[in-house]
Ligand binder design. Structure first.
Ligand SMILES: Cc1ncc(C[n+]2csc(CCO)c2C)c(N)n1
Length: 228
């Protein structure tokens, strides 16, 4: 079994829990509250900023041009294409996208971002691929399953979101897996174990991100926002 298949199998209960999470099932039913969509977009906007910075760190650790090109393409994809699913949520919530940018990061998004940053800072290319991979992989599987189970038509409120993630052949998950498998094949058992743990923790954080949006998770004590 390839390394990517092995870590996917180990994380299978988390993939299942993500698909069955009430936010994801709320996309299927089209019955999420505006505040939940707004909270998701506010947090995801900041998450994607961090994600692009980590691609920058990844590029700083590449020795091959093809790897640099892969990460460079993904920065463009996040900047130019990942705005479409956000726009769908904003449209349903009735709030302009520009109003949801620049907010403080909630606890679960904070923890997920710090987890990715630490793995990227301390690790090599394999660690970075392993910690980033659950992001495209879980969304690709959610999209495919929603497409099959819901079979949405254009009147579904989240048709664009489901179509965006469910109707594409996901080259990024496959490219990340291929490269991760090459690196894993040349790694020590200890490094493989570390990459597996990065992957599994990011899967858990993907679950927590949906839960954060669904429950409108925030810090326990609200403080006055002071501008300096
Ligand atoms: C918390 C969270 N996880 C995954 C995605 C989906 N996603 C974000 S960037 C990207 C492409 C990677 O190059 C994909 C598939 C998201 N929006 N928010």
């Amino acid at each position: 079994m390839s390394f990517s298949a092995e870590i996917r199998q180990a994380a299978d209960p988390v993939f299942e829990a993500i698909y069955n999470h009430p936010f994801v099932q709320g996309i299927a039913r089209g019955d999420l509250q505006s505040e939940q969509l707004v909270h998701y977009v506010k947090q995801d906007f900041e998450y994607l900023n961090a994600f692009m910075r980590i691609y920058g760190t990844a590029i700083s650790k590449c020795s091959r041009r093809e790897d640099m090109d892969m990460f460079n393409q993904q920065i463009s994809f996040v900047l130019n294409s990942e705005v479409h699913p956000h726009n769908n949520f904003c449209h349903v919530a009735g709030v302009p996208y520009e109003q949801l940018q620049g907010y403080p990061v909630a606890p679960s998004a904070h923890n997920y971002i710090r987890h990715m940053l630490t793995a990227a800072q301390e690790g090599d290319l394999g660690d970075i691929l392993a910690v980033l991979l659950p992001c495209p992989w879980t969304y690709w599987e959610i999209g495919k399953r929603l497409m099959e189970d819901v079979k949405p038509d254009v009147s579904h409120p989240f048709y664009d979101w489901i179509d965006f993630y469910g109707n594409r052949t996901d080259t990024i998950t496959s490219r990340f897996c291929t490269r991760l498998d090459e690196i894993a094949a040349a790694s020590t058992p200890a490094h493989r174990e570390r990459m597996k743990q990065h992957f599994i923790l990011s899967c858990q954080f993907e679950y927590m991100f949906w839960d954060m949006a669904y429950t409108l998770e925030d810090w326990p004590v609200q403080l006055e926002v002071t501008s300096v």
